[in-house]
Every structure is written in C-alpha cells, then in structure tokens.
Unconditional design. Structure first.
Length: 202
C-alpha cells in the first residue's frame, strides 16, 4: 500500500522507518490513513481513563509543589486546593439539581453527580442501619497514581475531596471514609448517612 507522496511502502532493509519518513516528508492523510483502523484494533489497551489522567496530573503537581515548598507547607497548599476543588464540585452539582426543581437529597447527588461512578470505581454497595456503605476496590484515580509510583501524593486528594464535595452539595449528608492508604487494605470504604434529629452519629 502506498503511504503519501506517491511513494510505495517498501519492505525489508530498504523500507523507510516511520520517523525517518516523517522527518523527510512530514505528514499527509495517505500516510496517516490507517490510524483509525489501528486504533480500533488496539482498543483501550494503552489508554488511561480520564479520571486516571487527572490523578497523574494531580500527583505530579503535588510532587512539584512539595519539592518546592517543603513537605509541610507543600502538603498544606495542595490540601487547600483539593478542598476548594471539592467545594466547587459540590456547589455545581447542587446548582444543577436546584435548577431542575429537585431537592438536594443524597439520592439526587448519586443521580446527578459529575463523575461516572460505574466507569471509575469498582464499587460494592450495601445498606447498614439505614446508611449506604460502599466498598471501592478498583479506583481509576488510585490505580493510575499507583502505576506511576505516586500513591503518597494521591492520598492528599483522596483524604479530603469527598468530604468537601458533600459539604458543597448538602452539608447534612455525612461521610465516614476509611481510605486504603490509612488502613493498609486494598480497598476504601465510604459510609454515607443523612443527619437527622434524634439519630446518633456513628
């Protein structure tokens, strides 16, 4: 098959390698024409889910900030940024729900959340004493950070963001989080409860 510039695609030792071809001739659509087919063949094998890319960006940023400012101050700056981010996310979800004339219930938070929970978390839900308890073992955020050896920086995000999302959405929704980095287990546990008069906090 010919690939651009009227040149045939040579085989064996005389074949021009892709980089040499690109340097000499640049790009054209005949040369790039098999990219869609090959991407289809490869599928998602080499792709990092969007939430995972966000994790790698966050962790690299946190590492740079901590390297520059020191462990204590750098971690405090990143924690504050995560909390700001979480509050903004919660407020945006709340605004969306209110615009539809719906209450800021926990159920509506699950429905109208800004992330695809099914695609990003291997979650196992259960109900205990009226609370929703979710065991998360396959988290794209943590997995992507782990792939790059950046788990210690991911922890800054994981420890704080969910509390602030709920605070921005509806502070009456209570969360207790057991994160894997703190417990040493290979999963996190999220316990959600709605505050109610006369009901004991757990």
């Amino acid at each position: 098959m010919e690939r651009g510039g009227g040149r045939g695609c040579l085989s064996g030792e005389n074949a021009m390698d892709d980089i040499g071809r690109e340097k000499e001739q640049g790009f054209d659509f005949a040369y790039l024409g098999d990219v869609p087919q090959k991407k289809t063949e490869v599928g998602s094998t080499y792709q990092t889910p969007g939430f995972g890319l966000a994790a790698q960006l966050f962790c690299c940023s946190a590492r740079r900030v901590i390297d520059r400012l020191g462990s204590e101050e750098g971690a405090a700056v990143m924690k504050a940024a995560v909390e700001d981010f979480g509050l903004e996310r919660g407020r945006h979800i709340a605004r969306r729900v209110k615009e539809m004339g719906l209450p800021l219930s926990f159920k509506n938070w699950l429905i109208y959340s800004d992330i695809d929970s099914l695609a990003n978390f291997g979650a196992l839900p259960a109900i205990e004493h009226g609370d929703l308890v979710v065991k998360v073992s396959d988290c794209t955020f943590f997995s992507a950070a782990h792939q790059w050896g950046l788990e210690e920086f991911a922890r800054i995000y994981c420890r704080h963001v969910d509390y602030k999302i709920l605070a921005g959405y509806n502070p009456d929704i209570r969360l207790v989080l057991e994160e894997r980095q703190a417990t040493g287990k290979d999963f996190c546990v999220f316990r959600y409860a709605m505050k109610q008069a006369g009901r004991q906090d757990r």
